[in-house]
Design a protein around this ligand. Structure first.
Ligand code: NAD
Length: 511
């Protein structure tokens, strides 16, 4: 089915640079069940973050490609079987998709790692999480119940839930396959048809969806994929009048642009945006557990993680001890070839992002006290590698305290009182996640009430039950997805009212 070209190189490793077997060199759109190039023939280059060399070209979607994809998705929605299928039938297909993802998790992880620079062990975890997203929504739709209200003797009212139509899905480059599954699974489970526009830095793993869906029995036209630059393909999708809702994950500033552009057509929107999440460590916490979690919380996924606990606030009585132990561990983190299972921090996604993160490392040197890292690791001369970088004594006015860096860089700030900790935690424009470490139950719950964050983890590592809401407040997002909230987003809840017995209407004009 695929027309994708591949390299002759097979699973080779040259000078520490692993290249997966049968690596695609030409990445196409997938519209109406067919792999196609852009109408214009335009392409863009795709780099791998270890060599920073172009390994593939991807079709660069424009307005006319989005028009074709929306037309295919509209045809599948209006005339195809998908929206009207029984939940059990859709659920079976979603479970087959999950099975297929699990069956090829190693290949998926290998391609994801090659394209994004994420450590292979973490990419494997993300592949399995993607499968779990499909399995979860497969279960949810067969158990779905909707509201019915009876007014005895007079009326029955019920909710008639209907898929909204063609969903536009726009995704970022951090854990791309998993984040795509996060939108694809509930959108498809709801009976919508979709047009996905993946991030231009990392189009590789998205090209696997078509084969997975087709083999699982998803009808042609239900899933459509258009690659391209955000301001071109993404913008055309956002502005297309045939797409009634947009689910977007990405930067806050991009979200603001999309919000404005959705206004003309009053589209439904879900926005998962940036973060600068606090991890607050009190003196009465289990410090060993807090150190493990706050290290993983900012350095896993290369720090390219929306919920990263990138500001650590530590009670002054344990501050020096915490900083010393934290920095010693950070200096020990294994940075290296993303394909090596021993690697804990790999290569940042793209040279542009690398330059941005490195610029914050330099800014940090003027704003805080450097305890670990501070540049490129000495043993890695090439590739987008940044040493895990720790700054202490960072004031809340610092740019590295206020701005999302989205890399392996953390700031640590001391506090003396609960009030001060709360003010520091809430003193940024973002409100995605918060982490709290304390042995005091009352304090833990009091903080959870007062923290301006969509999600709070108390004495807990960032693990999310898929039934819970996911989303941010303030500049971190609009709306909540997760569990039935995602189904709510992709469906309309039409209210149907029926009279029981005689109709009781005031008889205007009858007197
Ligand atoms: P980005 O905003 O640059 O791009 C995201 C997507 O939007 C890409 O597909 C891009 O092509 C597209 N895009 C860009 N401009 C567009 C436009 N004008 N119209 C339509 N589409 C457009 O974000 P990124 O750099 O890819 O991702 C990193 C950001 O994502 C970080 O800020 C991170 O915090 C955030 N993020 C948030 C969550 C969350 O759930 N809150 C999860 C992951 C990442």
């Amino acid at each position: 089915m695929t027309t994708t070209d591949t390299t002759a190189t097979t699973g080779s490793s040259t000078a520490g640079h692993f290249v997966p077997e049968n690596l695609p060199t030409r990445i196409q759109h997938y519209i109406g069940g067919h792999f196609v190039d852009s109408v214009s023939g335009k392409t863009f280059d795709v780099l791998d973050p270890v060599s920073n060399q172009t390994y593939a070209t991807a079709a660069a979607g424009q307005q006319e490609d989005i028009d074709l994809a929306v037309a295919a998705a509209t045809e599948a929605f209006e005339n195809g079987p998908w929206p009207g299928m029984k939940p059990r039938e859709r659920s079976r297909i979603l479970n087959r998709i999950a099975d297929a993802i699990e069956a090829q998790d190693a290949r998926l992880a290998e391609l994801e790692t090659f394209d994004t620079g994420l450590p292979i062990t973490q990419a494997l975890g993300q592949a399995n999480r993607a499968a779990e997203n499909f399995r979860f929504f497969a279960d949810l739709i067969v158990a779905q119940a909707d509201d019915t209200y009876k007014v005895p003797g007079s009326q029955i009212n019920y909710v008639n839930r209907k898929p909204v139509g063609v969903a536009g899905l726009i995704t970022p480059w951090n854990t791309p396959f998993m984040l795509e599954s996060w939108k694809l699974a509930p959108a498809l489970a709801s009976g919508c048809t979709v047009v996905l526009k993946p991030a231009e830095f990392t189009p590789l793993s998205a090209s696997l969806w078509a084969g997975i869906f087709s083999a699982a029995g998803l009808p042609d036209g239900v899933f459509n994929l258009v690659n391209g630059i955000g301001e071109e393909a993404g913008d055309a999708l956002v502005k297309h009048p045939g797409v009634p809702l947009i689910s977007f994950t990405g930067e806050t500033t991009t979200g603001q642009t999309i919000y404005r552009n959705c206004a003309a057509n009053l589209k439904g929107m879900s926005m998962e945006l940036g973060g600068k999440s606090p991890a607050i460590v009190f003196a009465d916490a289990d410090l060993d557990a807090a150190i493990d979690s706050t290290l993983f919380g900012v350095f896993s996924l290369n720090g390219e993680r929306c919920t990263a606990g990138s500001r650590i606030l530590v009670e002054r009585t344990v501050y020096d001890d915490f900083c010393a132990r934290y920095a010693a561990r950070a200096r020990n983190i294994v940075v290296g070839d993303p394909h090596d299972p021993k690697t804990e921090v790999g290569a940042l996604v793209h040279p542009e992002h690398y330059a941005k993160v490195m610029s914050y490392v330099e800014i940090g040197k003027t704003e805080g006290r450097l305890l670990a890292g501070g540049g490129r690791p000495a043993h890695l001369a090439e590739g987008n590698y940044v040493s895990p970088t720790v700054f202490a004594d960072v004031p809340p006015t610092a740019r590295i305290f206020q701005e999302e860096i989205f890399g392996p860089v953390v700031s640590i700030t001391p506090f003396d009182t609960d009030e001060e900790a709360l003010a520091l935690a809430n003193g940024v424009k973002y409100g995605l996640a918060a982490y709290l470490w304390t042995g005091n139950l009352t304090r833990a719950h009091t903080f959870a009430q007062a923290i301006e964050a969509g999600m709070v983890w108390l004495n807990s590592h960032n693990v999310r039950d898929l039934r819970t809401p996911f989303g941010g407040v303030k500049a971190s997002g609009l709306g909540h997805e997760g569990g039935y909230r995602s189904i709510d987003f992709y469906t309309d809840q039409q209210a149907v009212h029926i009279t029981l017995g005689a109709v009781h209407t005031a008889r205007f004009g009858a007197a």
